[in-house]
Design a protein around this ligand. Sequence first.
Ligand SMILES: *Cc1c(COP(=O)(O)O)cnc(C)c1O
Length: 395
Amino acid sequence: MADIIYLDHAATTPADPRVVEAMLPYFTEQFGNPSSKLYRLGAESRDAVEAARESVAALLNAKSDEIYFTSGGTESDNWAIIGSAFANEKKGNHIITSAIEHHAVLESCHFLEKRGFEVTYLPVDEYGMIDLDDVKRAITDKTILVTIMHANNEVGTLEPIAEIGEITRERGIHFHTDTVQTVGRIPVDVAELKCDSLAISAHKFYGPKGVGAMFLRKGARALPYMQGGGQEKGKRAGTHNVPGIVGLGKAAELALEELAATSARLLPLRDKLTDGILERIPDVKLNGHPTLRLPNNLNVSISGIEGESIIMLMDMNNVCASTGSACSSDSLDPSHVLLAMGLSHELAHGSVRFTLGKCNTEDHIDHVLHTFPCVVERLRAMSPLYAMQQGKVSV
Ligand SMILES: *Cc1c(COP(=O)(O)O)cnc(C)c1O
């Protein structure tokens, strides 16, 4: 693995060694069930779970009794959306979301649509940005839930979450935000964002896979959909994933300490990569907002060639990047995010996403700036589409 340059941190991140170290005892010596609180072994596990809850709450400026552990971002989104919709169904049946949400949100909305709820999918502009006036106009007296992501996982655009929170709070509408891409990368403060629930995932910020959390503001409602033991105050049944939760807690603690320094280091590297690519490769389009975007995200469309071929050739050069979104890259449909931003199918197919993380160095960026233009040139030389666009062949 030593030589691999990993630039796909929006898909997942390696667990920080300090996270793994914190988790290890909870697989073996400290194996007690946190629900077995009458003896010390169980009580110690419970203490570890509660300490992790404090760490997650501190990262989000939330109270620890507003944090519920789940199996990850997907479960937290499902629970917040489906749970709050059913908890509020007597008030109305209308939900507002956007066209560029993660599938965990979009599919939860589709699920509700099949069960009598009505969903408005707000459009975005060419930068992937939601218009606040569209949010205001979409609200009716039947609206019970607004769910808009904090940062888009493909193009990195940051949505006006605090402003949307202002609008929903005034009208008493539950506001959920998918913060899976922002927690641990940029400051996320539930008081500032004025959200009623949010979703986080440990593996997106140097924690383990298969564990996450939902923040649910005190007073906000979401029906539990796991039936079983009374874990998580009866809201999320199932024996706690103690090692995973401890890992999430450690990742949250590290993020709180190191996030500002990490993003300050990555931002100039990302900018160097952006400028270098735009300088060295002709006919490239930068996707996403030029400034209001995640500090570690770069997304470009390369005309005339396919993102899939670029990723495969980059892999042969030991660089991991992605095209479209990782979850749907086994389908050949172009990204719903890029299409919603108004890109042609051709440009959407030619998208490449680089997402930087803690382990990246300036050498990595230099390597990519050396190999990426060569890969593009090689593929374009074989592309009849690109030749045609260049006017080198006639149709
Ligand atoms: C990764 C991701 C998810 C899903 O989180 P998992 O923990 O992998 O289930 C949800 N939303 C966004 C924006 C993501 O990037």
